[in-house]
Every structure is written in structure tokens, then in C-alpha cells.
Design a protein around this ligand. Structure first.
Ligand SMILES: Nc1nc2c(c(=O)[nH]1)N[C@H]1C(S)=C(S)[C@@H](COP(=O)(O)O)O[C@H]1N2
Ligand SMILES: [Mo]
Length: 366
């Protein structure tokens, strides 16, 4: 971590690891702003934070295209129209800490519920660039590679991953150069990053410099090894990497941000706050909160009117805290009637991804 990186974040920002630089705001910050300020937006890195020279930067598009492209940054923003999308980014490792209490998950970051933030991103549509390159519609995947340097399995390479070509051609998938109206900082991908609304954060590749159109998903470590989902009985000793599910779309999730886990709460009516994120196809329709271990539920109200498919909803619910209250639980339902799994046990996986079980915080009545 260099000082510039730490200084662009809020003094209360919690650094989970310094090198690579990873961190998030305290939970209570998350529900204060619908659009997360840049200085409290979570950060997730696997390697270096490059300091890209804008004058030599190029984006190349190759593979199954009629006309491979290599453009400078100014050529890119001069040639394609500017567009904007609001999307929440959530790391697939969000809420891993709860899975770690079911069984150990070594060598992974112990994220609480803070590896998620919401921003308005501006840039150019990926589809415009792919169409300009004469993309072959028979291709299946769009692979991205970043300019950072990551070390895994004795090799050094740029972080990468892929999304289906169909998703790459949808208007919401962009190559962003602004985050909440400001140029991207080095930490968040300057000068250019992919933004894939509705997908795990890992597919929104930062410092993107190469796009390859191909039949198969990316061969990058972070597509083939990391960010894969396995059943609970699979572990490092019996894993067959090719059998894992490559994570892509988010699943419905809801998290209590206030009170924090193990916080004291007073007897009587109490206001619980949190966020809920849909699967990118259906809006979150209802959030329910229980202070009596799921016997009764109060319905939360949403703090914003917004109906952006890819943005979180912030919510608040009144519950009754009694001398018997030991936990507060939240769960969400979307417009298709989808709900969340009840227990972390059933979805535990040895890499600790995609925890969207009912969220439970322990409280002490004061
Ligand atoms: N080049 C590159 N892109 C990357 C990463 C990375 O380490 N290198 N991390 C990914 C992961 S796992 C997540 S969750 C998001 C986090 O984006 P942020 O740091 O802007 O919050 O970036 C993604 N893009
Ligand atoms: Mo992530």
C-alpha cells in the first residue's frame, strides 16, 4: 500500500489487508448514503495498483473480430458516446466471515458484510467498441485482462476474467472512466475499467487493457481457479477445478448494517437498517426483520424510491427488543418470489463465496 492509496479513503476506512490493498467502510457507513462516496467505496485487489501512463495506454480488442482494434484513451473517449449506469459492486467474498464460523476457510480474506458499495459509473458502452471491431456473433465469451501484476502458482500476470458475449453486448455493460463524476483513481482502475452490472465484482476488471472475443471462458486464474463455487463436501484435497461453477450473476442478498454484530441494543422499539441487493433481473420486493429468532417478522420500508435493477436498496425496519432477544435476522424476497437460503451450513463452500444466507447479528440487550 502506498500513502496515496490510503489517503484517498476516509479516516475510518478499515484496511483488511495492506498489500494487496483491501478494505471497506465500517458497516454503519453503508446505509448512510445510497450512492457510496468514493472515499468509503470498498477496495478489492489481488496484486499491484498500477500507475498507468495515459499517453502510452492502449486498449486492444482481438480474437473473433473482423477488425482488431488498438486505441489510445483519447481516441476511445473521442470515438464512442458517453453513457452512465448506476450499479452496486459486490465482491463474491462478501460475508465470508460468517462462512468461516461454520468451518475454516484458509488463505481468504475474512470479509464481513462490507465488501459492497454503490456508484454511478460513466464511460463508453462495451457493445459500441465490440461492434466497431466487427465482433463475430458466433463467439461466446468476452475476456478481459488488466494491467496489474498478480502472483499465483509461481507466475506473474494481469488479473482477468470473462463474461458471456451476450452480456457484453447489453447496453449496461460499460468501460468506465468515471466513478461518481470523478476520473477513476488508480485504486479503482484508472484510466479504464469494466463495469458489469449484476455480476460479481471480479468480472469488473480494473485497468483493462485487452479484450479478447472467444469461444471459451477466460483461461485466467481468476476465471479458472478462483471465483468458482463448489459443494460443501469439496475441499482443497479433493477439488477438481474444472467441476466448479464459474460465478457470474449475483444472487439475492440482504444484510443488517445497524446494529453491528455483538452490539448492545436497548429494550423496546428499535430501528434496524441495512441493504438488499437483487439478482440483477428482479428488484428486491420485500425485506423482513425478526428479533425473536424468526417466529415473527416486521416488514422493512425502503429508504429510497429507486428502481435501478443493479443498485442496492437501503431499508429500515422497526422491531421490538425484549429481554429474550439475542439475535436480529434479515431476509429478502424479490419480485419473482425468490428468497434466500436460511442457513450458512447449506451453502458453505471451501473458497467462501456467494454467501447469501439469512443475515443474523448477535445482540446484547442493554
Ligand atoms: N485488474 C483487476 N481488476 C479487478 C480486481 C483485481 O484485483 N485486479 N479485483 C476484482 C474484484 S474481486 C472486485 S470485487 C472488484 C472490486 O472493485 P473495487 O476495488 O473498485 O471496489 O474489482 C475487480 N477487478
Ligand atoms: Mo471480488
Amino acid at each position: 500500500m502506498n500513502d496515496v492509496t490510503r489517503q484517498e479513503k476516509h479516516p475510518d476506512f478499515i484496511v483488511v489487508s495492506e498489500d494487496p490493498f483491501n478494505g471497506s467502510a465500517p458497516m454503519a457507513f453503508l446505509v448512510q448514503e445510497f450512492v457510496t462516496p468514493n472515499d468509503t467505496f470498498f477496495a478489492r485487489n489481488h496484486g499491484t495498483i498500477p500507475d498507468v501512463d495515459i499517453d502510452t495506454f492502449r486498449l486492444t480488442v482481438e480474437g473473433m473480430v473482423k477488425q482488431p482494434i488498438s486505441l489510445s484513451f483519447s481516441e476511445l473517449i473521442g470515438r464512442f458516446p458517453k453513457t452512465e449506469v448506476m450499479t452496486t459492486l459486490q465482491c463474491a467474498g462478501n460475508r465470508r466471515q460468517e462462512l468461516m464460523t461454520v468451518a475454516p476457510i484458509p488463505n481468504e480474506l475474512p470479509w464481513g458484510g462490507g465488501a459492497i458499495s454503490n456508484a454511478t459509473w460513466a464511460g463508453i458502452r462495451l457493445r459500441d467498441v465490440l461492434i466497431a471491431a466487427g465482433v463475430d456473433r458466433k463467439a461466446r465469451h468476452t475476456a478481459f485482462t488488466g494491467l496489474d501484476q498478480v502472483q499465483r502458482l509461481g507466475q506473474t500476470f494481469g488479473f482477468g476474467g470473462s463474461i458471456p458475449l451476450d452480456k457484453a453486448l447489453l447496453p449496461e455493460t460499460i468501460l468506465a472512466y468515471e466513478m461518481n463524476g470523478e476520473p477513476l483513481s488508480n485504486l479503482h482502475g484508472y484510466p479504464l475499467r469494466v463495469i458489469v452490472p449484476g455480476y460479481i465484482g471480479a468480472r469488473s476488471v480494473k485497468w483493462v487493457t485487452n479484450i479478447t472475443i472467444q469461444m471459451q471462458p477466460s483461461q485466467n486464474y481468476f476465471q479458472q481457479r478462483a471465483y468458482k463455487l463448489f459443494p460443501p463436501e469439496v475441499g482443497p484435497d479433493n477439488v477438481k477445478w474444472e467441476d466448479g461453477i464459474m460465478l457470474g450473476e449475483n444472487s439475492l442478498n440482504a444484510v443488517i448494517c445497524f446494529p453491528a454484530d455483538d452490539e448492545g441494543v436497548p429494550l423496546g422499539q428499535f430501528s434496524v437498517m441495512g441493504y438488499a441487493l437483487g439478482d440483477g433481473h428482479h428488484l428486491v420486493e420485500r425485506v423482513e426483520v425478526s428479533s425473536d429468532d424468526g417466529k415473527t417478522w416486521s416488514q422493512a420500508s425502503f429508504l429510497t424510491e429507486n428502481n435501478d435493477l443493479w443498485a442496492w436498496k437501503l431499508w429500515e425496519a422497526q422491531v421490538e427488543i425484549t429481554p429474550l432477544t439475542t439475535t436480529i435476522i434479515a431476509r429478502a424476497t424479490d419480485t419473482a418470489g425468490n428468497s434466500q437460503p436460511q442457513d450458512t451450513q447449506e451453502i458453505w463452500n471451501f473458497k467462501g463465496y456467494a454467501n447469501n444466507a439469512w443475515h443474523k447479528v448477535n445482540v446484547t440487550v442493554t
